[in-house]
Design a protein around this ligand. Sequence first.
Ligand SMILES: NC(=O)c1ccc[n+]([C@@H]2O[C@H](COP(=O)([O-])OP(=O)(O)OC[C@H]3O[C@@H](n4cnc5c(N)ncnc54)[C@H](OP(=O)(O)O)[C@@H]3O)[C@@H](O)[C@H]2O)c1
Ligand SMILES: *[C@@H]1O[C@H](CO)[C@@H](O)[C@H](O)[C@H]1NC(C)=O
Ligand SMILES: *[C@@H]1O[C@H](CO)[C@@H](O)[C@H](O)[C@H]1NC(C)=O
Length: 291
Amino acid sequence: MAGAKLLLLCVCGGFSAYYFYSTESVTPEMVRGKRVLVTGSSTGIGEQIAYHFAQMGARVMLTARRAERLREVAEKCLELGAGSAHYVVSDMGNLTSAQNVAQETRNTLGGLDYLVLNHVGGSGSFGTFQGDMDSVLSSLTVNFLSYVQLTSGALSALRESQGGIVIMSSLSGRIGAPFTATYSASKFALEGFYSSLRREFSLQKTNISVTVAVLGYIDTENAVKKVGDKVSMLASPKQACAREVVRAAVLRQAELFYPFWGIKPLVLLRDWAPGLVGKILDTFYILENIV
Ligand SMILES: NC(=O)c1ccc[n+]([C@@H]2O[C@H](COP(=O)([O-])OP(=O)(O)OC[C@H]3O[C@@H](n4cnc5c(N)ncnc54)[C@H](OP(=O)(O)O)[C@@H]3O)[C@@H](O)[C@H]2O)c1
Ligand SMILES: *[C@@H]1O[C@H](CO)[C@@H](O)[C@H](O)[C@H]1NC(C)=O
Ligand SMILES: *[C@@H]1O[C@H](CO)[C@@H](O)[C@H](O)[C@H]1NC(C)=O
């Protein structure tokens, strides 16, 4: 018992130290003129990430399927102080189109410093897995394979700039949560692929940082529409989330947990007390609203 208490004390102490002393800050000078591609930037967290980079004078390339929204976001980026703002329309369900985005970005920006892979789509809705293979394929294509495609298209430019890759993951990419089987599969795949890639870069002295952002529930329009009445959980603000993601990217951190206290303890407990973690997570679902 005393041992357990001591362990708890150490873990809490470690957290607090990390929390209060990880205050290294990002200044606009570190970002000005950097070339950034943000996928899924027509709305949500991606849109906010583009604004944070823009505010610090970065040159941004946006992409998603909706041209009109992208045009508006690009305009706002310029107002906020972006060095330049362009966009390219692409459906990430089409890997040829994803490859063209990487090409178009290199042509337009003349290179790349940050590849921010953020888009999420595919036809998977929040609910019981019904055996629909088309939605499995589409989720894995949009949410995993296109990330890999964009990465291979950007690798030589990132090598040259000693840049960084940012991957948006989720608690569902670390712990299997119910009603999101195909989404969860794509996030686990990302975690496996990019943590492997990070070790490879490290061993081969390739100076490209790989930042994985493990996110909890964030208050984007689409997320709230999808799960708002199905989970009883407080959503964290997308602006603060985007700010933390940009900070982790610029500081070349391997991982970011946001919101930290909502995510990190569950991830740490995962292998020690999986039953307990499952029970804690179960309490958040409003089953009568889930089909
Ligand atoms: N919000 C949360 O609670 C939460 C929690 C954990 C992790 N995350 C992760 O954070 C990231 C951003 O989430 P979010 O809530 O900001 O998402 P969101 O608001 O739904 O935005 C998704 C973006 O992806 C684009 N997109 C969707 N399908 C596409 C396709 N087939 N081809 C190209 N672009 C496509 C959308 O633009 P168009 O419709 O214009 O194509 C949009 O810009 C995702 O990786 C998500 O998994 C979010
Ligand atoms: C995929 O994208 C490419 C390049 O934009 C395009 O030529 C092709 O027609 C697209 N394929 C489908 C099935 O839409
Ligand atoms: C790796 O790249 C970063 C950013 O470009 C740079 O600050 C750092 O000095 C580089 N490290 C090495 C070992 O070259």
